[in-house]
Design a protein around this ligand. Structure first.
Ligand SMILES: NC(=O)c1ccc[n+]([C@@H]2O[C@H](COP(=O)([O-])OP(=O)(O)OC[C@H]3O[C@@H](n4cnc5c(N)ncnc54)[C@H](O)[C@@H]3O)[C@@H](O)[C@H]2O)c1
Length: 464
């Protein structure tokens, strides 16, 4: 461990504790990242940029990145900024995540791998005294998520921090929406409406990648896209989903199996741009045609293609959720609308600098939805960016995520979303699967007290 990193270690943990915040003798925190395809590229961009935009009492140092193929991970280290000019690429690359965790120059482990490895890596890193950032969904099962939340709680007592990568909380317009709801601008909440629509599985020739396998991904559109909108609904409203009625469907049950595609990607082409490591990466290069790879047969899709569910909130508000990769023409349409007694808010990720607000207390003849351009210095995260009107994009959410995590570590405060928040989302996903298996029977979300749950929700009396 370097001298500065020794300074950063407090009480045997990695970099917890307050700083003077002056910039002089700023602490350095070594980041080690596992996985370097789609999310790996996005997180790398966040780590590279955060210290150049936000004034922070801790500097992130890109220490090392981990994959499974030596040559590919070295190339990724080079491409994504992990191999600093004064170090050879090999010094910044590991092929075993256990070796990454064991490195003295790694204080924070950033997990950008598929869900089947989240629990093992996160718990090992926390038990080794490291801070952890873990991509969503937190895990593939509630049991794994419970073990991770317990490990995070133990680690918190030692001053460590664990955060889940629900990056959409860091879209300034959505952080503003939360602020406006908390300020009571909508009055009593009646409707919470979220959809997350993509279309990259419409073509039945799209290959069977890890995202279509339950053993790797846990679930399909539900865990991938549904997890985001459940977290957002809970974040923006400040309430926990009490219970759900759900339907799920797998529209295309068999897909081409390509040579080497035992793991896989996100939307076609995206991970390909980010680079691959010879296993997950194979599918990363593919479009629907598999990018010229050899078809070796067909395989069963073992996850949902779409999930649709209604839900109750403890306050009595009703919610609807829809997550699908079959919405032809919709690329990344995460949409939210809230209706309250005093007004409404509407947001679309494909226009992410804008938040629409209707103030229902204004005279009817002049009221209506108006566009708030969320680029003012007083808006969340905007104080560090460009003059008003010079908008932000998807990648900025990862810079904001890095900022919030470093801030939590430097100040010794609990991060949001915590592993407990990730567990709470996991419980909603499990309730959705349970309800869908019973053809939409209302299913309370397990494992949490429902302080203000509408009594009908408890009894399931509203079931159609
Ligand atoms: N926050 C978001 O908006 C968002 C978007 C996409 C994906 N994700 C999440 O990020 C995670 C990764 O998704 P992705 O799209 O980046 O996938 P991907 O297939 O593009 O990349 C996965 C990476 O993990 C590596 N990997 C897999 N198993 C490994 C192991 N045992 N050891 C070392 N490396 C290993 C692969 O080689 C690859 O580099 C998933 O949990 C996914 O749900 C989040």
């Amino acid at each position: 461990m370097s001298e500065t990193e020794h300074e950063a270690a407090a009480g045997g943990t990695a970099g917890a504790g307050p700083t003077d915040g002056t910039g002089a003798g700023r602490r350095r925190l070594g980041v080690g990242m596992v996985g370097y395809a789609f999310m790996g590229a996005a997180h790398s961009q966040g780590w590279r940029t955060v210290g150049r935009v936000f004034a922070l009492p801790v500097d992130a140092r890109l220490a090392a990145v981990c994959g499974r193929d030596g040559a590919a991970v070295r190339a990724a280290a080079d491409r994504l900024g992990w191999a600093a000019a004064d170090r050879l690429g090999w010094a910044a690359a590991e092929t075993d995540w256990r070796a990454l965790i064991a490195r003295d120059d790694v204080d924070l482990v950033d997990i950008c791998t598929p869900g089947d490895s989240h629990a093992e890596i996160a718990i090992a890193a926390l038990d080794a005294g490291k801070h952890v950032l873990c991509e969503k969904p937190l895990a593939n099962t509630v049991e794994e998520a419970e073990a991770m939340a317990a490990a995070a709680e133990r680690a918190a007592a030692r001053g460590q921090v664990a955060m889940v990568g629900f990056n959409y909380r860091r879209v300034p317009a959505l952080a503003l929406a939360r602020r406006m709801v908390a300020e009571g601008r909508l009055g009593t909440l009646r409707h919470v409406r979220l959809t997350y629509l993509q279309d990259w599985l419409v073509d039945p020739a799209f290959p069977l990648t890890w995202r279509l396998r339950k053993d790797r991904a846990g679930s399909g559109a539900l865990g991938d896209l549904g997890a985001h909108i459940v977290d957002l609904a809970q974040y923006v409203t400040g309430e926990a989903v009490a219970g759900v009625s759900a339907l799920t469907e797998t529209f295309v049950r068999e897909r081409p199996l390509l040579e080497g595609t035992s793991t896989g990607i996100t939307a076609a082409g995206v991970a390909g741009q980010a680079g691959t490591d010879g296993q997950a990466g194979v599918a990363g290069q593919t479009g629907a045609d598999g990018g010229g790879q050899v078809r070796v047969g067909a395989g069963l899709v073992t996850v949902d293609d779409a999930a649709v569910f209604t839900a109750r909130f403890p306050s009595g508000a009703l919610a609807t959720f829809e997550a699908t990769r079959f919405a032809a023409g919709r690329k990344n349409a995460l949409r939210l609308e809230l209706n309250g007694s005093d007004g409404s808010l509407a947001f679309d990720l494909e226009r992410l600098n804008e938040l629409f607000f209707h103030d229902h207390t204004e005279p009817a003849d002049s009221s209506g939805f108006r566009r708030i351009l969320v680029t003012e210095p007083g808006h969340p995260y905007l104080e560090a960016w460009w003059p008003p009107g010079h908008g932000l994009g998807y990648e900025h959410t990862f810079v904001h995520q890095a900022r919030d995590l470093l801030h939590a570590i430097a100040t010794g405060t609990a991060p949001e979303p915590s592993f407990a928040d990730g567990l709470s989302v996991q419980r909603v996903l499990a309730a959705v699967e349970e309800s869908a298996a019973k053809n939409a029977v209302y299913t309370p979300v397990g494992g949490r007290p429902h302080a203000r749950v509408n009594s009908r929700a408890e009894t399931g009396a509203h079931i159609a």
